[in-house]
Design a protein. Sequence first.
Lengths: 831, 373
Amino acid sequence: MKAPLSWIKEYVDLPAELGIEEITDRLTALGLKLEAIETSGAGIEGPLVVGQVLTQEPEPQKNGKVINWCTVDVGDANGTGEPQGIVCGAHNFKPGDKVVVILPGGVLPGNFQISARKTYGHMSAGMICSARELGLGEEADGIIVLPADAPAPGTDAREALGLGEEVIEFEINPDRAYALSMRGIARDAALGFDVPFHDPAQRDVPLANAEGYPVRIDDEAGCDYFVARTVTGFDPTAPTPEFIKKRLEQVGVRSISLGVDVTNYVMFELGHPIHAYDKAKLAGPIVVRRAHEGEKLTTLDDTVRELDPEDLVVCDDTGPIGMGGVMGGASTEISKTTTDVLIEVAHWDPRSMFRTGRRHKLTSEAGKRNERGVDPLLPPIAADRVVELLVEHGGGVAEPGVTEVGPGASLETRKPPTTITIPISLPTRIIGIELDDETVVKSLELIGARVKVEDGTLTATVPTYRPDLNDPYDLVEEVARIVGYDKVPSVLPRRATGGGLTRAQQLRRRIGRALAGAGLVEVVDFPFVGEADFDRLGLSADDVLRRTVKLANPLNSEEPGYATTLLPGLLKVAARNISRGQDGVSLFETATVAFPVDQAAPIYGVDRRPSAEEMEKLLAAIPRQPLHLAVVLAGERTRGGWWGAAETASWSDAIDVVRRLGAELGVPVEVASASRAPWHPGRCAVVSIDGVEFGHAGELHPNVCKAFGLPARSAAVEIDLDHLISKVPATAAGPVFSTMPVAKEDVALTVSVDVTVAAVEAALREGAGELLETVRLFDVYEGDQVGEGKKSLAFALRFRAPDRTLKAEETAAAREAAVAKAAELTGAVQR
Amino acid sequence: MSGPNTDYDPVEVTPLKAEEVEAARDAALKAIDAATSLEELKQTRLDHAGDRSPLALANREIGALPPAARKDAGQRVGKARGAVNQALAARQKVLEAEHEARMLVEETVDVTLPTDRVPAGGRHPLTTGAEYIADIFVAMGWEVAEGPLIEAEWLNFDALNLGPDHPARTMQDTFWTEPAENHVVLRTHTSPVQARTMLTREAPIYVVCPGRVFRTDEYDATHSPMFHQVEGLAIDEGISMANLKGTLDHFATQMFGEGIVTRFRPSYFPFTEPSAEVDLTCFVCRGAQVVDAGDGQMITCRTCKGEGWIEWGGCGIVNPRVLVACGVDPEKYSGFAFGMGIDRTLMFRTGLSDLRTLFEGDVRLTTAFGSEL
Ligand SMILES: [Zn+2]
């Protein structure tokens, strides 16, 4: 919201010595936040003077352009008093016009230095300026032509142009709709400095009568007050007065015609939107109602809109002629030929305004105010102000007929003003500053409330310009901002007695640290996926991972789903790193994925807490979102160097990540072979705890590596971290270990190649009995010496008794038993 | 040389002559002294103390002497051999020490050789940043609350006083899931976690909720469809704006250092009333509005544009309507809530200028921060 300081000052007696920064600081502290201060004419230096065109000779050029060779009277400003010769490309002026001239030595915005220069065969000594060249607006139809009563040639033009005028841009919060007007801003300025406020809405208006234009409201919930006034004999060609034009430009609205400009001007002045109709185009009485199914309306922006039965419309005999409070219709728009103007100022239901605006994706200055709430007493005042300006500047006649309909039109039927009752101690309690009753009452009176205090209870009758004030805490905020947020002391609340991080929170941190410690780098990625991602992973058409939670409005239509797997994102990130020159990357990501549940979440009221049953129903409709961990190991896992060659990441590194995490958390992880996209069917492990599978690890399918642009044999992991964390024992039992001497035995077994190491190991364990402390595979051999389809596995067994040194026979017996069991269960033959 | 059975006069046994023994001893001592390495000393030992050394041979002749002469000769030879062995041992020790010292010198390596066989890992600064923030509150006895990223519309909006027609609802551009009638959204803020906390816990409540949120913002240097927030909620008897200010000042100081505090400006959030924008003392100029240009000349601080303050987040007293919807008795309890962008806070702390750096997964970002912030 832009507001010229001079306009604000019209309604508030601000002390002359106050600088603009003091004013904006105070308003910012009151909640009208300063965005920027613009000073018109900033960047203009040197002689900028009023000139009067003496001669103007059009000279056609070879390029088809016509320039004007002019002589301009600039008084004594050029030091000689002689006419100044200037070439000008614009044509919107004639000899005798007063214009704005910048003389050589001057500077225009953008550090544009002006000097006498030879151009189009003349010595052009200066420039006749357009508004754009002066940085005063975008309009560049031609140069600025000053009114005939502008000061004499040679006078400094800055004052005539209103340069140096300060325009403040505020950021207005949605609850403070009143501050979308000079009236509202001036009122806050007045209370901020405790100086008199002159309400521009304070005016005597003619009483309603039966002679006004006929209006009927069929939907009083949607529109509770409709005022109509008529001006006849209006001159449609009358120019908009300079002060209105300038101010509209300052607030950022383009001047269109006197009729439109006046309605906009009054809206910015008072804060109430106004609509003007070409009365000649109206057919019969005006009716306000909801739209009918299938009705259409062409709005001012020449868009045909299909109306919704909830939309409020203004109609005449021809049907809808405007979307009430949001945007007028094209058929009754005022134009260059309009002589009779009907002015509508109506009070609309903010909720309907909001819905209609959103439904039709319409944002307008009018809609913005109407949907946030305007002063319901303004309609007759705003209408009268428009009539006054139209009559004064457009030469029309105000018709005596004054239409006022709807419950808002009379004191008896009008909605009574809001009253709010609070304990007078509430502001002290909530703000945390000791405030005496007088301060609280004074603060609320400053915003225009009528305040009554009785037995420690304060009742405030809220002023009509503040429809945002409804609740006790709304009053607290008013007191707080007037007393000043900067007065709020800094006091820590009493010490809370929480139990610290939960076990799961601690474990998640630990997992992250363990992975980083193992040389993995954490990344953060978006969770959006599409079919192409699943295709690249090689998922089958009916893979459960393809069933995503779908977004209705994805940013990228190719990625409409919420991730069911972290791998597509992570593989892309890995490829990005490789393409940026990394020889290898080891990445991890922890994030939730989502699986749809296909249930609707209820929308409850907010007047009470939902029951336990209702909460359960609500929570059941939220997609299941387990926390996943994904890892990708691509390219070099260790670097090459003086110690030897680099090692490339492999399937075993991926599986080891899961095993290590299990070890870190004290959870034994079981590994078994599996076949699951996107992994290599022969190099994929399913990992489980107590027989419950919670993820996969291994080498990626060669096609997946290719599809994502990853080095061959890249490996990956994806596990359900929530499951892993849930399996972490609450307390770990301390180990019991013997300090007796160890007995070491190695065994070499030949088995069929399809027998897993895990199976042989398990058999050895089972056979060896309790004396076995550890068993570890230390070599695998396949080749001629073991024969086709066979492999040799070498295990180191360590035996130890809890209470004695083992005798050689005992160890040998245990070893033999282990080998025998392996032979029995896996067909192993000792070599 | 004579065998032991040969009968002869000791004077005739040349090796046992006093001068011969002394000569052999002196020769041995001289050789020992002259040995410059353990190898040489080894040879010297063989030559002068070995089985075939003159003194050993002399020793062997002793038995052949008549008993009367044996003692004298035995003492003479024994003394000589003792002196030689002692000298050998002493020399051995010296040479060993020299050898060890030389070996250590020879084994010297270039310790500046690279040692990074396994490249370093690291945790993402957003993770460690969120932990850093959480820990500030955990140290005050607060707890860390969490909730799902895909959330019920009622919890994300309605329960927080953002009714279906609330103008503020359009301020947040929401990702909706299909079908819309399921009323499930990607959470637009971490506030639903606050609602969940109030719905499931009894007051007093002191929780901080760091987490990921989504809005349909186009992706650029300062906007992202996914970003991170931290919100705090305190519900207790007698909670006031002063407590809110105290908590945020403490947070600011812990996060950015001594002298960094907050400033409140009136604002509007449906969730809170009164509401405030939180500004932070500019952590670059530390509120001075000017910084040293490097040459002693003071220039306007670019970070805060000379204001001395930068925008940090929003806060306020929890709107009693929210307390009611979440089952907290507003007559008994009051509360405050605040929210900040973690990404933004992190960018402040680290000087990163492009938000996208945080989300594109370049390992050079993460490894620059190591495992802790
Ligand atoms: Zn600064």
